[in-house]
Design a protein around this ligand. Structure first.
Ligand code: PEP
Length: 249
């Protein structure tokens, strides 16, 4: 399976900076076999999509509303993201779950809204530090998986999963390769249980403090179908080096 290297720019980069990063990525992708995606803030998404047009780097949003339109001040809908040039959207990121009270049910509705609009969602799951310390990490991720994924996930609703332990995000800490392998194996089992026809083909990304220095090791773990990268995706050479460590088809 071709690995997906996705950059989550979060709430970073003004327009000129975003365009500078897009231009640097555009010039650096010649030797990259993995699939690449960048997710800028909604306000710069259209400009970045235009700057990357004709390249193999796709563009995605970082969230969308579950409704297609309506009275939801400050929100962005999936059709709006599509219209701006997005092909993907990150959903259920832990920062959305924590900062905006997003529940599994809301994430599931957003996944459906994304699919209807023609976007491929990246659905994020992951345990807190306390949950891992107390040995409840698979239980926590299991609940998120059964609550956040709609019927038809992987078939009529194409999608990708991202395992992002909350304590590894932006912290410089990562689980051991054995811990990542165990969690990805668990997620694969759950996918196969919930979606017997499609569970085998859904890519499971790892996210949390991925950088150029650890990318090859993390991307080499069994069942890791790519990486969701935050901080390191803001530096062209770092992100390109991570992408170079990714496998082609
Ligand atoms: C993220 O928030 O999706 C993420 C993986 O962040 P970082 O790479 O900075 O840990």
């Amino acid at each position: 399976m071709r690995q997906l290297i996705a950059g989550n720019w979060k709430m970073n980069l003004l327009r000129a900076e975003a365009l500078g990063l897009a231009a640097a990525l555009r010039h650096g992708i010649a030797d990259i076999a993995a699939e690449m995606l960048v997710c800028p803030p909604a306000i710069t998404l259209a400009a970045v999509a235009q700057a990357l047009e004709g390249t193999d780097i796709a563009v995605g949003g970082q969230d969308c509303h579950q409704e297609a339109k309506g009275a939801h001040t400050g929100d962005i809908s999936a059709p709006m993201l599509r219209d701006a040039g997005a092909g993907w959207v990150i959903l259920g990121h832990s920062e959305r779950r924590q900062d905006h009270g997003e529940t599994d049910e809301m994430v599931r509705e957003k996944v459906l809204a994304a699919a209807i609009a023609g976007l491929t969602p990246i659905v994020c799951v992951g345990e807190t530090e306390d949950q891992r310390r107390s040995g409840a990490e698979t239980e926590a991720v299991g609940w998120q998986l059964s609550g956040s994924l709609p019927r038809g996930f992987g078939t009529e609703v194409p999608g990708v999963l991202a395992y992002e332990p909350l304590w590894a995000i932006g912290s410089g800490k990562t689980p051991t390769e054995a811990e990542i392998a165990a969690m990805h194996a668990f997620i694969r089992e759950e996918l196969l249980r919930q979606f017997p026809d499609a569970g085998a083909a859904v890519r499971i990304l790892y996210g949390g403090s991925v950088k150029a220095a650890n990318a090859a090791a993390l991307l080499g773990v069994p069942e890791v179908g790519g990486a969701l990268v935050g901080g390191a995706s803001l530096v062209a050479e770092e992100f390109l080096a991570i992408a170079r460590a990714g496998r082609g088809g």
